[in-house]
Design a protein around this ligand. Structure first.
Ligand code: FUL
Length: 473
């Protein structure tokens, strides 16, 4: 390779960086971003043994949900405004909620419906009926399977996924858990991730696959449902693997600013302390206010919210959980009912020039503004009369990548101005602050990777008790 003097090399490198495109989401990832909030259903032998991690030695007969009704799960999901359900088809205990040919530890060996039941069949059909997306969690770690810890288990895992895609599709999201311990013979498995990825791509190219590091969706680095205040949709994964070989949880939480791949974060969290249903947690269900706070810290930071609502021993979503979910939906609806921009004029200010941009408040991400000169151009919202506000929602047009690195919001009323400094925007950014009477709001973009495309701006006044930091109370 030709050797250039250092300064020339730096210039060439900077130029390449400048012309290089930002990483972009695929169509499937874009649709996934828009799903925003969906449910997780941890269900299986643990539901009946009160465990969180089954040993894999549990007798199949313990799985016997007398009133299983997946349509009820879907009704609750709909009432919560969720967009899909991901079910634990196989947790670490290896028990399959479908009659897999590749295991003898399944619903077929249980007493439920005389061994003729199939939870995946019922849930995938119910999701179709209710217009919800159907997703599947399948734990690579298997504490039951006799082949676990040997190369043969990789065949088993591929065969099981083949059954899932062939019999229960379309599967919108597939979830690979990163937890990995020993199998029944005391051995750990060396997973053939490449083969697993190729299997999904071949059988179901539209499925988005979650693991600690993607390929399509990454773990957010905690199980509290909280994304980083800075949240890049991009991540570097070369040299890393899912599970113990993943980047640090801090990195997963915020992503990599110059990450090579579009692998956005999903925030998984349970509505109860545990992932599986335990009766003694019936009075520990998160309140609608706590759920709303989690929504602000996940969806409101450009990630999605995967909220676990574990069905109980009857095979139903418990009343306490459904009441909380309905309350959560009501809070979202009330909070974002009225975009106060309707009482204002939204402008782009560039030097002395002011241009009205109505498309920023039209609820359509495809009508966006392009800010080329980041230092000079700003967005202004001018209220016709002073208006009390405490929440601003911004959206980038992420189809072309994520660009905003730093911006501030100045809220003014006559001579008083309050300034709030923030970093990333991405799919959606919800910013809250103590209520202020505003004449004007100015959004100054301070740093960006490329030109900026802003799709939406919303201004709201939400119940002040909802903007307190209550997720962990
Ligand atoms: C973890 C698992 O070990 C938990 O049991 C649960 O399924 C959670 C969503 O992922 O890694």
């Amino acid at each position: 390779m030709k050797k250039y003097p250092a300064i020339i090399s730096i210039l060439i490198f900077s130029f390449q960086l400048l012309i290089a495109q930002l990483p972009k989401p695929t169509m499937q990832q874009l649709q996934w971003h828009d799903m925003e909030f969906y449910l997780f259903a941890h269900f299986g032998p643990n539901t009946f043994t009160d465990k969180e991690w089954g040993e894999g030695t549990e007798k199949e007969e313990i799985f016997n949900p007398q009133n299983l009704d997946c349509r009820q799960w879907c009704r609750v999901a709909k009432a919560a405004g969720a967009t899909g359900i991901i079910i634990t088809a196989k947790h670490h205990d290896g028990f399959c909620l479908w009659p897999s040919k590749y295991s003898s530890h399944t619903v077929r060996e249980s007493k439920w419906k005389d061994g003729k039941g199939d939870v995946l069949k019922e849930l995938s059909a119910a999701c179709k009926e209710y217009g919800l997306k159907f997703g599947v969690y399948i734990s690579p770690w298997d504490r039951n399977h006799p082949d676990y810890g040997t190369p043969k288990y990789n065949d088993v895992f591929v065969n099981m996924m083949t059954e899932l895609f062939s019999n229960y599709g379309p599967i919108w999201e597939l979830w690979w858990d990163g937890a990995n311990g020993e199998g029944p013979n005391g051995k750990k498995q060396v997973y053939d991730w490449d083969r697993f990825k190729k299997t999904v791509k071949k059988l179901s190219p539209n499925t988005v696959v979650f693991s600690d590091i993607g390929p399509q969706i990454r773990w957010v680095g905690n199980e509290k449902g909280i994304a980083g205040k800075t949240n890049w949709n991009t991540l570097d994964t070369i040299g890393f693997s899912a599970g113990a070989g993943a980047p640090s949880t801090d990195t997963l939480n915020i992503g990599n600013v110059n990450g090579k791949y579009w692998i956005p974060a999903e925030c998984d969290v349970s509505i109860r302390p545990g992932w599986f249903y335990h009766k003694e947690e019936d009075d520990k269900v998160k309140t609608p206010e706590q759920l709303f706070d989690l929504y602000l810290k996940s969806v409101g930071r450009g990630a999605t919210l995967l909220l676990n609502v574990p069905p109980d021993r009857r095979g139903l979503i418990n009343e306490n959980d459904s009441v909380a979910l309905v309350g959560f939906k009501k809070l979202r609806e009330e909070s974002f009912k009225e975009n106060l921009c309707k009482n204002a004029v939204t402008n782009i200010i560039s030097g002395n020039a002011i241009k009205n941009i109505a498309s920023l408040n039209d609820n359509n991400v495809n009508t966006f503004i392009v800010i080329k000169d980041v230092q000079k151009e700003k967005v202004q919202i001018h209220f016709k009369k002073p208006t009390i506000i405490n929440c601003i929602v911004l959206k980038e047009f992420i189809e072309d990548g994520q660009s905003v690195q730093e911006f501030n919001i100045q809220v003014s009323n006559n001579n008083i101005t309050k300034t709030f400094l923030h970093s990333t925007i991405g799919h959606k950014r919800i910013i809250t602050f103590d209520a202020i009477k505003a004449n004007d709001i100015v959004i100054n973009f301070l740093k960006s990777k490329r030109e900026i495309k802003i799709a939406e701006v919303g201004v709201y006044l939400i119940d002040s008790k909802l903007i307190e930091d209550i997720a962990n109370q």
